[in-house]
Write a protein that binds this ligand. Structure first.
Ligand code: ADP
Ligand code: ADP
Ligand code: ZN
Length: 228
């Protein structure tokens, strides 16, 4: 209304879904198409583990076993990142919130700025097939682009299509055993958020079993609609 307001973050999108649903893949697409910032608490936690911070030390073991990291740690990491100036043009939350306590903390953070969630998008998948997605996943260490052995291979084996790096990484927790624990954690602690956002009229359900590109187009039309 007038020029004196604290600038608002817009839009705020949430991607919900079990491990392998395509949250990271689609968040990067939304970054490219709409200039949004991807906020992945998994990436932020892995960075904290690598840097050996107190939060990282506390998170390390639980991440290796596929459980959820303590709410206070994750909320504090997310709050710090969300307050950085680059978030002003809009964010896509990838992997946060994962519990009702995190969802309530996010609502409070946004409320304090007169801000709201534009859409909580649930990527709906067949769980059984997520094991194949997760165990075939690898990422470029140079630019962060995500790939899959079968579903999204690099054009030249071992070389990133985007930046040319040969530094391909696989996550220690992307193994069949840990994936089962992560799927269990999703159903027990995160799936209730589908109802949480349904009650708040921000939920959008998307069938995420199709092609990466088709899903991406569907998400783009949702974003165009809610951010208009
Ligand atoms: P999440 O962040 O939800 O755990 P990712 O985006 O990392 O999931 O996707 C998991 C793996 O599956 C990656 O290797 C990715 O390339 C691949 N993938 C993502 N979306 C699809 C899809 N629609 N079809 C097939 N493979 C996909
Ligand atoms: P994926 O989307 O493939 O399940 P992430 O990279 O989002 O994996 O998360 C990896 C791990 O980091 C999780 O298994 C969990 O231990 C931890 N983690 C990430 N985000 C959260 C969160 N919001 N709350 C609690 N733990 C989290
Ligand atoms: Zn790269």
């Amino acid at each position: 209304m007038d020029g004196g307001h604290t600038p608002q973050i817009a839009p705020v999108l949430i991607l919900l879904g079990p491990p392998g649903a395509g949250k990271g893949t689609q968040a990067r697409m939304l970054e490219e198409k709409f200039g949004l910032i991807q906020l992945s608490t998994g990436d932020l936690l892995r960075a904290a583990v690598a840097a050996g911070t107190d939060a990282g030390k506390q998170a390390k073991q639980i991440m290796e076993t596929g459980g959820l990291v303590n709410d206070e740690i994750v909320i504090s990491i997310l709050r710090d990142r969300l307050s950085a100036p680059d978030c002003i043009n809009g964010v896509v939350l990838d992997g946060f919130p994962r519990t009702t306590a995190q969802a309530e903390a996010l609502d409070d953070m946004l409320d304090a700025q007169g801000q709201r969630i534009n859409a909580a998008i649930s990527l709906e998948v067949d769980d059984v097939k997520m094991v194949v997605r997760i165990t075939g996943r690898f990422t470029c260490g140079g630019c962060g682009e995500g790939y899959h052995d079968t579903f999204k291979p690099t054009k030249i084996a071992g070389r990133c299509d985007g930046c040319g790096s040969h530094d391909m990484k696989r996550r220690a927790d992307d193994n069949a055993t840990t994936v089962m624990a992560r799927l269990d954690a999703y159903h027990a602690q995160t799936a209730p958020l589908i109802e949480y956002y349904g009650q708040r009229n921000t939920l959008q359900r998307v069938d995420a079993m199709g092609d990466i590109e088709a899903i991406s187009n569907e998400l783009a039309s949702i974003v165009e609609h809610v951010a208009a």
